[in-house]
Design a protein around this ligand. Structure first.
Ligand code: ZN
Length: 150
């Protein structure tokens, strides 16, 4: 289900990070939101070897994973330069694979006409995903941390 407050805050944080990290020229930022209510941000790595590049939002996903939090939303935002409009980039196929760890209901921002902010669940992007061939419980997936207080 869409959460417009979360989506708006993710967009705000992405813009804030791009303006700070890339005040001029190209800029891009990734933001994820977790079920625990946290936001994590990232940028892509710069490298002389293009085959070593990672997607902009990878770092934010890893940050959430570091704290064992369940990703609920993911967004990738870019602009060509400081005078260009912001554009959402749908998650690439590899990022869709990464995000599936948290389930096919993860809401992802997708490239849409007229700069509209649109989120859809992963299941909409990949209705025929290969994992449907296997029992869900056999797939590597996020599990709630055990409650050690009991
Ligand atoms: Zn990607």
């Amino acid at each position: 289900m869409r959460d417009f407050a979360v989506e708006k805050e993710m967009y705000r944080q992405a813009v804030e990070l791009i303006e700070k990290r890339y005040p001029t020229g190209w800029g891009g930022a990734g933001v994820v939101h977790t079920a625990q209510g946290h936001y994590f941000t990232s940028v892509s790595i710069d490298t002389a070897n293009n085959s070593a590049v990672l997607c902009i939002e990878t770092g934010a996903m890893l940050e959430a994973h570091k704290y064992n939090e369940k990703v609920t939303h993911c967004m990738c935002l870019v602009r060509d330069d400081e005078n260009s409009p912001y554009q959402v980039l749908s998650p690439c196929g590899i990022c869709q694979e990464r995000l599936r760890y948290w389930g096919e209901d993860v809401q992802v921002a997708v490239t849409a006409k007229e700069q509209e902010l649109l989120f859809v669940p992963l299941s909409v992007l990949q209705p025929y995903h290969w994992t449907k061939a296997y029992p869900e419980e056999e797939m590597e997936h996020y599990q709630e941390p055990e409650d050690k207080s009991n």
